[in-house]
Ligand binder design. Sequence first.
Ligand code: IPE
Ligand code: IPE
Ligand code: MG
Length: 239
Amino acid sequence: MNFERLPRHVAIIMDGNGRWAKMRNLPRIEGHINGIESVRVVVETTRELNIPYLTLYAFSKENWRRPEKEVKSLFELLDTYLDRELPNMLENGIRFIAIGDIEDFPENIQKKIRHTMEKTKENTSLTLSVALSYSGRTEIIHAVKEIIKAVKDGKLESIDEESFRMYLYTKEIPDPDLLIRTSGEKRLSNFLLYQMAYTEIYITDTLWPDFRKKEYLEALLDYSRRERRFGIVKEDSSG
Ligand code: IPE
Ligand code: IPE
Ligand code: MG
């Protein structure tokens, strides 16, 4: 496929695993299991296209309120995913970072997350950030608290957009150019609230476990045809 313009950073709200399972009379966890294959395909395609940043919303702060059994199965899936994918990340230059309140997780999961980050920190072809126990509002409040501390300690003089972003979990990554949300829901669900001020939004009815290469390329093609304006008008527009 020939893209006129690709995003530099794609963010995805991977939604619809539960509905995918329900349609098949399967337990919700089966939807999450099949969603992992979509994660693999999307990561691989992102790398093939040389898109340098991909951020996946895997678990929100609000998701802790789901039944304990589902939450536990999600940890286990994350644990196996990280084990299985580490060799692939190392082989393909993928750097893994977690954004969110990692300390909310059980010790063994925290360890695995830190280990994966540490092992892949020198990689440069793709930065894969995974939002885990993430809340956009919590992130902003956390930043404000850190800024207050820094000002008190005399480490920060002025607060502007440039200095503010350095206190976000995403300080090392640019703002998303494209947000994809699967399963048709038209909301942000507390994802990257500050960072998505000018992000293009693509919503598809496809459920996450069915979102594979073809569906991803369609989203990228849709993006490549858009005109981004950032609040300004082109010179020469009549009127
Ligand atoms: C997204 O699928 C995965 C997570 C939030 C962990 P859901 O589990 O939200 O699936 P639906 O929305 O119930 O179909
Ligand atoms: C958003 O999906 C969170 C993730 C995909 C991890 P949810 O299914 O939790 O969001 P709501 O409840 O539909 O807003
Ligand atoms: Mg959902």
